[in-house]
Design a protein around this ligand. Structure first.
Ligand code: NAP
Length: 276
């Protein structure tokens, strides 16, 4: 088993994920895994970084596919005996003018952004080594969507005692409510992406709390963040940040020094903790 440190970035064949891998290859003292659901797109991205003189490694990962997640888990366990840095970056968003019915957008978006990210965490968080760093890429849209929720929902999503099961129930209810066209009456905002990212931010707060309760002595730091508005296929060419600039906050959180005890369980943008 290798004693080398290891970092994994989900959804890193393009966009912000690729830029995070680029920065980690330059700054992280260990192996960096670029992962992609499609091996062809992943290998092409590895070749692109190799042309820049960097040496990322590759592993397939589709966060919608539990088998794929478990194959990566088993590989990391066997080769490295765990994991030092996990960046949950993979995500999807329907375009504003997409005419796909809202209920379908809700189901598809939540499936990847919330349930897929949660499945990666369920399988990989137990592998995190002492002083590990976990970064869940959420969005400022999670904050604005929270503001668009009913007072009752806001209270639940801000609660310091909400459990992962309760959060899963709420995310499932959102999808069901959109199918019945009652989501607005039930207090939800009209944004599937926003609700999925509320899920990512609240999940991060819950996971950080669990780490405090169950693994306090391991000094693992886990945070959610917003990369900013970044020029990628998702956000388009008018966005204000380059992918490398978008990678700055996630990479800052991934490389928090071993003597840091904060931030932890926070929502961070521009390297600054934001109120939730
Ligand atoms: P992007 O260019 O569309 O890249 C998304 C990445 O996620 C791609 O590599 C994509 O792979 C991958 N992905 C999607 N579904 C996946 C799955 N099931 N399994 C594995 N990988 C999957 O988007 P981006 O702008 O870089 O976004 C990265 C993250 O930042 C997302 O979580 C996004 O919500 C968040 N974010 C972005 C912005 C922004 O302004 N761009 C702002 C706030 C937050 P394929 O190539 O195979 O599709």
């Amino acid at each position: 088993m290798s004693s080398v440190q290891v970092a994994v970035v989900t959804g890193s064949n393009k966009g912000i994920g690729l830029a995070i891998v680029r920065a980690l290859c330059k700054q992280f003292p260990g192996d960096v895994y670029l992962t992609s659901r499609d091996p062809g797109r992943g290998q092409a991205a590895v070749a692109q970084l190799q042309q820049e003189g960097l040496r990322p490694l590759f592993h397939q990962l589709d966060i919608d596919d539990l088998q794929s997640i478990r194959a990566l888990r088993d590989f990391l366990k066997e080769k490295y005996g765990g994991l030092n840095v996990l960046v949950n970056n993979a995500g999807i968003a329907f375009k504003v003018h997409d005419t796909t019915p809202f209920a379908v957008q809700a189901e598809v978006t939540l499936k990847t952004n919330f349930f897929g990210t949660r499945n990666v965490c369920t399988e990989l968080l137990p592998l995190m080594k002492p002083y590990g760093r976990v970064v869940n890429v959420s969005s400022m849209v999670s904050s604005s969507a929270l503001g668009g929720c009913s007072q009752e929902l806001q209270q639940k999503f801000r609660s310091d005692t909400i459990t992962e099961e309760e959060l899963v129930q709420l995310m499932t209810k959102f999808v069901e409510d959109t199918k019945k066209s009652v989501h607005e009456k039930e207090g939800w905002p009209n944004t599937a992406y926003g609700v999925s990212k509320i899920g990512v931010t609240v999940l991060s707060r819950i996971q950080a709390r669990l780490l405090n309760e169950e693994r306090k002595g391991d000094h693992i730091l886990l945070n959610a963040c917003c990369p900013g508005w970044v020029r990628t296929d998702m956000a388009g060419p008018k966005a204000t940040k380059s992918p490398d600039e978008g990678a700055e906050t996630p990479v800052y959180l991934a490389l928090l020094p071993s003597n840091a005890d904060a931030p932890h369980g926070q929502f961070v943008s521009n390297k600054t903790v934001r109120p939730w």
